[in-house]
Design a protein around this ligand. Structure first.
Ligand code: SF4
Length: 459
């Protein structure tokens, strides 16, 4: 067997793409190695959300290029993912030792690319497409990372064009995958022993909105011609997955606030396998900043949605994302973000300092850019607020009995611990000598820490 090393950056969608690429590569006698020095094929699956991530990708291929050029190592180098999609041929100029560039729209071109680069060709496959690649997906198994959870993308791309975000330019317009294919992937994952299915999409609750008939006269439409699924939405997909046999959990991320329907919330309440967890990026607590970001809701509308979910779903965990130092953000507007985290009792949030991305609207507002030191200071204050709230949220569960799906077993400070997640996405550490990975166990929560809770086994 030949060895392939893939450095995967960014979100779960990229991790899922890497699993698919590893599945394809296994047909060419490649097996994964975690040691780049051992590999004949080295690939980076890039993320373009922040400049830092893009720089890391070029630095990785730069090192491999040195191995090839200066030390004469017989290796092939691939540059894949969102930066590849965005920059295409430009990658070869900046990194001439790269053998192939593979964009997010064409990952199923990989088998053909491997044949061509092995014949000494240099290949760039980044053509944008408005179709999913599901017809090709059927031919290849997915080589999932070992663990208890399987990621399954249900939509690709995004139509929202938030002014800071590169995703619509790298992942294209939103395309929903056919329900049968998703259900088959879920069945396969469950048959292989996975205990949790996470449905992925940039905007998961708009799943199925593009399932409409293509008008005969309209050749330019971006919509899939999938009219047979016309009324099929996320709630129905959750029902169909929930009906599959076995003891497993279902999650879905990421939600766009105003796309969350009452029907979807009700589905979470009713279906026993669907977990009480919503990830709903707010991005800013200030309505004028949200407007500048082209987010389609106000602070008050976001509050209403969160409140509705909390009223309907007992013990729900709601997490969010925020950007510190968006162009033009005033101190008062930033403080509104801090107060939003408290007011809406957000259990946890990811924070990023604003990073201008080429092609996006906000990247042109140079005169409104926030100085780096102020951005950094806001970033730190946001993190502090999030830590406080995370601890507060964890404390609510001390003394409660909860079901945990164990994900890992390792030594921590001289003691063996199992770690896993509750249905509502709380991380639990369970001191125990026995490896319980992959098992559902009941625990009593004994202590709250900032990022996790401690629990002891019951029974
Ligand atoms: S909803 Fe906005 S932030 Fe999210 S992927 Fe789409 S454009 Fe980017």
């Amino acid at each position: 067997m030949k060895k392939v090393y893939i450095d995967t950056m960014g979100c779960q969608m990229n991790k899922s793409d890497t699993e698919r690429m590893l599945g394809m590569l296994s047909h060419f006698d490649y097996e994964e190695t975690k040691t780049p020095e051992d590999a004949e094929l080295l690939m980076v699956n890039t993320c373009s959300i922040r400049q830092l991530s893009e720089d890391k990708a070029f630095s990785a291929v730069g090192t491999w290029g040195k191995w090839k050029k200066e030390f004469g190592k017989n290796i092939k180098i691939g540059f894949c993912g969102c930066v590849a999609q965005q920059k295409a041929q430009e990658i070869f100029k900046r990194a001439p030792y790269v053998d192939f560039v593979l964009g997010t729209h064409k990952i199923y071109a990989l088998p053909e690319i491997i044949k061509r680069i092995e014949n000494g060709e240099r290949v760039c496959e980044c053509t944008e497409t408005n179709q999913t690649e599901d017809d090709k997906a059927k031919d290849f198994e997915i080589q999932r990372v070992k663990g208890v959870g399987a990621w399954i993308p249900i939509t690709e791309g995004c139509n929202n064009f938030c002014t800071y975000c590169i995703v619509p330019y790298t992942r294209g317009r939103e395309r929903s995958r056919e329900p049968e294919i998703i259900i088959k992937e879920a069945k396969d994952a469950l048959a292989s022993g996975y205990k949790e299915i996470t449905l992925l999409g940039q905007n998961v609750d708009s799943y199925g909105k593009d399932f409409v008939a293509k008008p005969l006269s309209d050749c330019s439409t971006n919509l899939n011609d999938n009219s047979k699924f016309e009324n099929y939405r996320l709630a129905q997909l959750l029902r169909d997955l929930n009906a599959l046999d076995g003891n497993f959990r279902i999650r879905f991320v990421t939600s766009y606030p105003t796309d969350i329907t009452d029907e979807l919330i009700q589905t979470v309440v009713e279906l026993d396998k669907v977990c009480e967890y919503f990830h709903i990026p707010m991005q800013s607590g200030s309505t004028p900043v949200l407007k500048a970001m082209n987010r389609r809701y106000t602070r008050e509308e976001y509050a209403k949605i969160v409140q509705k979910i909390r009223n309907m779903v007992p013990d729900v965990t709601i997490t969010s994302d925020f950007i510190a130092g968006f162009p033009g953000e005033t101190e008062e507007q930033f403080v509104e973000t801090l107060t939003a985290i408290d007011e809406f009792e957000l259990d946890y949030s990811n924070v990023a300092a604003y990073s201008p991305r080429e092609k996006t609207v906000a990247a042109k507002w140079v005169d409104k850019f926030i100085p780096e030191d102020i951005k950094e200071e806001r970033f730190q204050r946001l993190n502090k607020k999030i830590q406080e709230n995370c601890l507060k949220s964890n404390k609510k569960y001390v003394g409660r009995e909860m079901e945990v799906l164990v994900e890992n077993f390792y030594e921590h400070k001289g003691q063996m611990v199992n770690t896993g997640k509750t249905r509502n996405f709380k991380t639990v550490h369970i001191p125990c000598e026995k490896d319980l990975t992959g098992k559902f166990v009941n625990v009593k929560i004994t202590e709250a820490k900032t990022w996790y809770v401690k629990g002891e086994l019951i029974g």
